[in-house]
Design a protein around this ligand. Structure first.
Ligand SMILES: Nc1ncnc2c1ncn2[C@@H]1O[C@H](COP(=O)(O)OP(=O)(O)OP(=O)(O)O)[C@@H](O)[C@H]1O
Ligand SMILES: [Mg+2]
Length: 231
């Protein structure tokens, strides 16, 4: 459903992605792993239209999307939860959730359903963005992506810098999203969470994919774990 084929992405003259390919299958969870600076964020920014690869292709639902404006890509059904979360500090939780939503006839993710999945956000719906903890901001960012009824959701390190309890809450929510049939592309430093959630893993090193395989294969790949994931 989402296919990245041999993309090369640059920042100015700096050649960062060197032929990255990966696939996200319908309803599955795919993880993207690798050390700091390996190129994970650059890969998802390329997918979401914030960076344009110089070569290679990105195909989603049969359409070439590389270089399309990001708002068009998200309307096609690709949701994005960026590494910096992007919660509007002066808006309430509820305003953050509804500001970008475009409810349609078949919109599955209404506010009441979101509040069912995120009871903590219901409690805090009148609080403003700046009053939320880091974990609550992450929940807002995930819930806001869901409000656009995505078929694939891309999350860039959702558990980064958060306490274990809220990380468990986020992992639980990702499991529920998966059971609703939403495909997930997950960047994650927390290897055990990634092994638990994902069906397929890609490991990046210096802008190249150095491993791809199932959780079982990754668990048994001691060299990949020690060289590229600091395990
Ligand atoms: N705006 C930028 N301009 C120039 N170089 C950049 C820019 N953003 C990232 N880079 C470089 O591109 C490489 C890949 O960065 P990227 O942010 O994709 O890594 P990452 O795998 O997401 O790392 P992290 O785990 O720290 O988030 C790094 O060498 C980084 O220094
Ligand atoms: Mg990153």
């Amino acid at each position: 459903m989402l296919e990245v084929n041999e993309i090369h992405t640059y920042y100015g003259n700096s050649h960062v992605l060197r032929g990255v390919s990966l696939q996200v299958k319908p309803g599955s969870v795919t993880s993207l792993l690798g050390r700091n600076g390996a190129g994970k964020t650059t890969t998802v920014l390329s997918v979401m239209g914030y960076l344009k690869p110089r070569s290679g292709s990105i195909v989603y639902g049969g359409k070439a999307i590389a270089g399309l404006p990001s708002h068009r890509i998200s309307r096609m059904g690709l949701g994005f939860v960026p590494q910096e979360r992007g919660v509007f500090p002066s808006l309430s939780v509820e305003e953050n959730l509804t500001v970008a939503a475009r409810p349609g006839r078949d919109s599955r993710w209404t506010l009441p359903r979101i509040y069912e999945l995120f009871p903590r956000l219901k409690e805090r719906r009148r609080n403003r963005g700046f009053q939320l903890s880091g974990g609550e901001q992450q929940l807002v960012s995930i819930a806001r992506a869901l409000m656009l009824n995505p078929t694939v959701i891309v999350l860039d390190e959702p558990s980064e810098g958060l306490a274990p309890l809220i990380v468990d809450e986020i992992v639980e929510i990702l499991h529920k999203m998966k059971s609703e049939g939403i495909a997930i592309l997950l960047i994650e430093q927390n290897l055990s969470a990634a092994l638990d959630l994902a069906d397929m893993h890609y490991v990046l090193s210096k802008g190249e994919v150095c491993f791809s395989g199932t959780s079982e294969t990754l668990r048994n790949s001691e060299r990949v774990l020690s060289d590229h994931l600091s395990v």
